[in-house]
Design a protein around this ligand. Sequence first.
Ligand SMILES: [Fe+2]
Ligand SMILES: [Fe+2]
Length: 295
Amino acid sequence: MRICITADLHYDIARSRPSTERLAVRACRTGAEGASGDALVLVGDTAGAALEPLREALALFDTFPGRRLLVPGNHCLWCRPGETSLDRYERILPEIAAEAGFAVLDHAPVVVEGVGLVGSIGWYDYSLRDESLGIPEPFYRAKVAPGAAARLDEHRPLVAAHADELTPRHMAIAARWMDGANVRLGMSDEQFTAMLARKLAQQLDDLAPRVDHIVAFIHHLPFRELVPADRPDRFAFAAAFMGAASLGEVLRAHPKVTHIYCGHSHWHDRQTIDGRTVVNIGSTYTDKRLEVLDL
Ligand SMILES: [Fe+2]
Ligand SMILES: [Fe+2]
């Protein structure tokens, strides 16, 4: 079977649209050249809060000849007024996916040609943060670096509360993680991550006895090894939001998981971790990448 995989299409962003359209043509053609039992997986951040760009992006793959599967990304949980991220995750995105002939893999693993496919948005619990920065944890919870917090009325009290611990280096980091303003989970990041880890573990337990091997698609990074090192401080701050080691532990517990694909960091990477092939798709806003796995 052939699996075509891409991620981070960000079709709601103008500069992402031409490259996404080119990639969709290529994916549909590549699928048509494969053996029977093809699957297409979009591994997160297909679009953002507005739903029409998501519908438009999914429609680009109308002619893909096989199973069409969607894994949401953090941008897919950005809310419009009155929405909650959990409702988007559990109800709104699956409905839109179904209208377009896609299924949200997070909610129902599939078996194609004897291969198990599982998916999860994954999330972050700050476990992949760069400890060497020494930024106090409350700044990660608020999703603002100290330099940004000092300029924002709502976050300035945080700077005052931690004045003794903050250094000039900290204050020079003016980054924000915009999920802080756009995601409404109704629970902490740690709780959401733990919920996803339990769900993935249950799905793998159910699937493993029925298949010879499993391919996993996780939007966020499940392994610290995938977090780009030696980056400028604003990216080092963002490492906290790249993923969660607990998701990686769930995958490591299942020897039948032979391939793992993720996205999110927009940083292409391919590694062997614990004997498994781990690929970060690495689409950027202007260049979209397609991975093809023939099994
Ligand atoms: Fe992305
Ligand atoms: Fe993302």
